[in-house]
Design a protein around this ligand. Structure first.
Ligand code: ATP
Ligand code: MG
Length: 399
């Protein structure tokens, strides 16, 4: 075994010494077997949430109705979920109520894909009743049990199949893929938030291009916010080299390819329940991308865009233009590093200074003059220190 499991072994031991079973489960075991970086270590246990809360001193209720308690242990946090079965599904969604059970195998049976239904105990022994290891060895995404049944229980699993294809570059097993094609319409019952989580991961996967192709082929796109009837425009995206793009850049490129009007961008992204902060970032990236098509970066634009944003806009520009092996990013980064200030807060003058120097009370003129000083600093007309700024202002009589 290796980290981060080793650090979590005492958590399993604590549950066991209280008389319960406990195992590592889910994505962490899968990623461990794949020799991939392990994100969160999830734990499944026969203890009920109340029992888990009695055993650990620091816990947070994050999903008690689904049996999940967050346990803080030695500066790490672990999601501990009670073994459960999901016998009754409603409306093709995961069930509102779950029943807690004491049996690991039943818990593994309700999991989506065989590769995600492997448990590992504290000694590193695997419990793999659905041959998840074989699926992993053969790089196959296959449902636990009959695919059609599992997708009817929870239609989101169809999107999860494609997002795993994106992240792992596996293939979807034939029966699983056929069921997906047949039942794709059930995705209309699924909450946007859940779709968004999967789509976001899909966009960030290494195999994102194939995943997007499959989203088109299987008609999944028709059930995604703002994408129905957009087959041709989504196809535009597949022309580009997508490998280097971050998730945020992928969203920006999607908006670009969909040719969404500037004022409709926010509505489209809100439709996906993307947080407003990210929406604003995507809008700014698109704003500078638009500008980039017309002209190169000015010092002022580099400064106002900020480093993260201009790098994203420039990368998108290069991708859309099909420009490779170009050192323009390096060039603009150098320009950026040489800016005398990177942010307004670095200006060595304040509104109070101006009011003091000109012996005038506040008003719109303060903001205007600060803006003039900012420009002058950026253009190298005045050095950014109080004395020089004051002299410059007095000389030019900028009052
Ligand atoms: P990631 O590395 O992206 O977190 P993951 O496999 O851990 O991947 P999660 O969404 O964190 O995915 O889910 C954890 C585990 O819970 C899965 O591995 C799977 O066993 C189970 N699971 C999650 N969603 C479903 C679902 N809709 N239906 C059945 N089982 C699910
Ligand atoms: Mg996970």
């Amino acid at each position: 075994m290796k980290e981060p499991f080793l650090a979590a072994v005492p958590v399993l031991k604590k549950l066991e010494s209280a008389g319960f079973e406990a195992y590592f489960v889910g994505g962490s075991v899968r990623d461990f077997l794949l020799n991939k970086e392990i994100n969160d270590v999830d734990i499944a246990t026969s203890a009920t949430p109340e029992e888990v809360k009695r055993i650990f001193s620091k816990t947070v209720d994050i999903g008690i109705e689904h049996g999940t308690v967050l346990v803080l242990y030695q500066n790490q946090s672990y999601e501990i979920t009670t073994f459960r079965s999901e016998a009754e599904y409603e409306d093709y969604r995961r069930p509102k109520e779950v029943s807690f059970i004491r049996n690991l195998i039943e818990d593994l049976q309700r999991r989506d894909f065989t590769m995600n239904a492997i448990a590992m105990d504290k000694d590193g022994s695997l419990i793999d009743p659905f041959n998840g290891q074989i699926s992993i060895d053969n790089q196959i995404i296959q449902t636990v049990g009959k695919a059609a049944d599992r997708f009817q229980e929870d239609a989101l699993r169809m999107m999860r199949a494609v997002r795993f294809l994106s992240q792992l570059s596996f293939t979807i097993e034939k029966e699983t893929l056929n069921a997906l094609k047949d039942l794709v319409h059930l995705l209309s019952n699924i909450a946007v938030e859940r779709k968004q989580t999967e789509f976001d991961k899909l966009l960030s996967g290494v195999n994102r291009k194939q995943a997007l192709e499959l989203i088109l082929q299987t008609n999944i796109y028709s059930y995604l916010p703002g994408l129905s009837n957009q087959e041709d425009r989504i196809k535009l995206m597949l022309k580009y080299k997508l490998e280097r793009l971050t998730t945020r850049e992928m969203w920006a490129l999607l908006v670009y390819c969909l040719k969404i009007e500037k004022k409709a961008v926010e509505g489209f992204l809100r439709g996906w329940r993307i947080p407003l902060k990210e929406i604003r970032e995507i809008q700014v990236i698109l704003h500078y991308l638009d500008k980039r098509f017309k002209t190169s970066w000015s010092l002022y634009d580099l400064y106002t865009a900020t480093k993260e944003i201009f790098v994203s806009s420039e990368i998108l520009y290069l991708v859309i233009k099909g420009i490779e092996n170009n050192n323009s990013i390096q060039h603009f980064l150098q320009m950026y590093e040489q800016l005398p200030i990177k942010d307004r807060s670095e200006m060595d003058v304040s509104g109070n200074d101006l009011m003091d120097w000109f012996n005038k009370s506040g008003g719109p003129w303060v903001k205007e003059l600060l803006f003039k000083v900012e420009q002058a600093i950026l253009e190298g007309n005045v050095v950014n220190n109080k004395k020089n700024i004051k002299e410059w202002l007095m000389e030019c009589n900028h009052n």
